[in-house]
Design a binder for this molecule. Sequence first.
Ligand code: GLN
Length: 548
Amino acid sequence: MARYIFITGGVVSSLGKGLASAALGALLQARGYTVRLRKLDPYLNVDPGTMSPFEHGEVFVTDDGAETDLDLGHYERFTGVSARRSDTISAGRVYSNVLDKERRGEYLGKTIQVIPHVTNEIKDFLAIGEDEVDFMLCEIGGTVGDIEGLPFFEAIRQFGQERPRGKVILMHLTLLPWLAASGELKTKPTQHSVKELRSIGLQPDVLVCRSEQLIPDRERAKIALFCNVRPDSVIPAYDLKSIYEAPLAYHRAGLDRAVLDAFRISPAPRPDLSRWEDVMDRLTHAEGEVRIAVVGKYTELEDAYKSVSEALTHGGMANRVRVRPEWIAAEDLEQDDGSHLLDGYHGIIVPGGFGERGTEGMIAAAQYAREKRVPFLGICLGMQTAVIEAARNLAGISDAGSQEFDPAADSGRCTPVVYHLKEWVQGNRKVERKPDDAKGGTMRLGAYTAVLKPGSLISRVYDGATEIEDRHRHRYEVDVSYRDQLEAAGMVFSGMSPDDRLPEVVELADHPWFIGVQAHPELKSKPFAPAPLFADFVRAAKEQERMV
Ligand code: GLN
């Protein structure tokens, strides 16, 4: 049975709970333990799939097709453990499950209440897979005191009581604000947030205190005293230059030791931190810099492309070069001389996205990369727009477009070389969709295989592999019936679904490095195992840097 670590936050949001959880997971692994990380989100959406990237950042997709919070991406990048559908739950999902059960009569006529019905549902979720790992780390979204969070806090209180003693601990993150005028770090907000926790029956075992300034021993002792935590379990967390410093920095600050101590595990197994030392060595000893233009729709919020930006960093680490992504709003390329915005970059990426806005700019970016022979990686919508560009400008289908941008397909506004996908094969099952299906959870989601063409660029990128598997999240698809026409014009369909019906990878025959992928290779990239597509894209960009 796993030991449980609950991770909560107080004082303010955005303290880096997800990162602290992920780093702690990595440190426990370094000491030889197996871990799984989970996220409990108090919001009422059933999942983040329908949330705007502007509000909530990227939607991270798991192999088994769940649309999840971007924190699950951090968990995977730090631990290498593939997240599953059962690693994420929201209040919306909890209530929806409870109400479904009520409708099915499973509560045998009882009055349905937050305690016990909602809290039981949360506890059942926590227990899934508890025999599989040594430690289960469960992060609660939001901050203590939020109305939506209460059932979750109550559920973990009950959970702690129901488990054998010493099997559940609580780690709480807070902020120590710095008052420049008086030159002081203030501990009062931390004291209040711990008081808030204690008023609902929860006592933290470990306190992680974010601070911009060094926390003097005196303040640490004061926090320990007023928050009823041992002084060596008050862990300072200072700002870092790179998130990948977090495991080593938290280790130096004593986090993993404090956690094992709270479980009374002694002597603690010695950690092997070589993986993270190597990661840091690659980050800090990079030579040169490549500049990558990322042409997207959600460029105001970098979190909207979190995994792309991390995968680029990993690609840089693989090539020992710094990668500087620059975010360019696709719409800006739609101006008359807009394509000049792309001058001087060593590589161009068009990442995923939804809706029509900015797509003409993405098409212009693909055209620029094709004509100027700049390394190009189109991901999902980026592949679809690259195909539209080739259809228009190479294959002579001048009105080529996507049904996504022209929903009334028969309006005749465009020739839909990208169409609304209504059926496909998953394993040995046929999946079907109707045009009026609900929006949530109805895309082609999760891991699917692409069969690669021998000798193609993509198969070389994957060391001669004949099949690859990456995660998908899309509703539209390149229409295979244009394959012959496009291939005759110079576009190679170098990856296909196993039934040869869905184009998965395209590339240009007469180009040094031009690839479009329907899947999202960025989702599986890790600092210690960069996604091959990003590693090779950065390698090609680095070659450009030498040529410039
Ligand atoms: N909007 C496109 C589709 O649904 C692309 C999705 C994406 O880029 N993730 O197919």
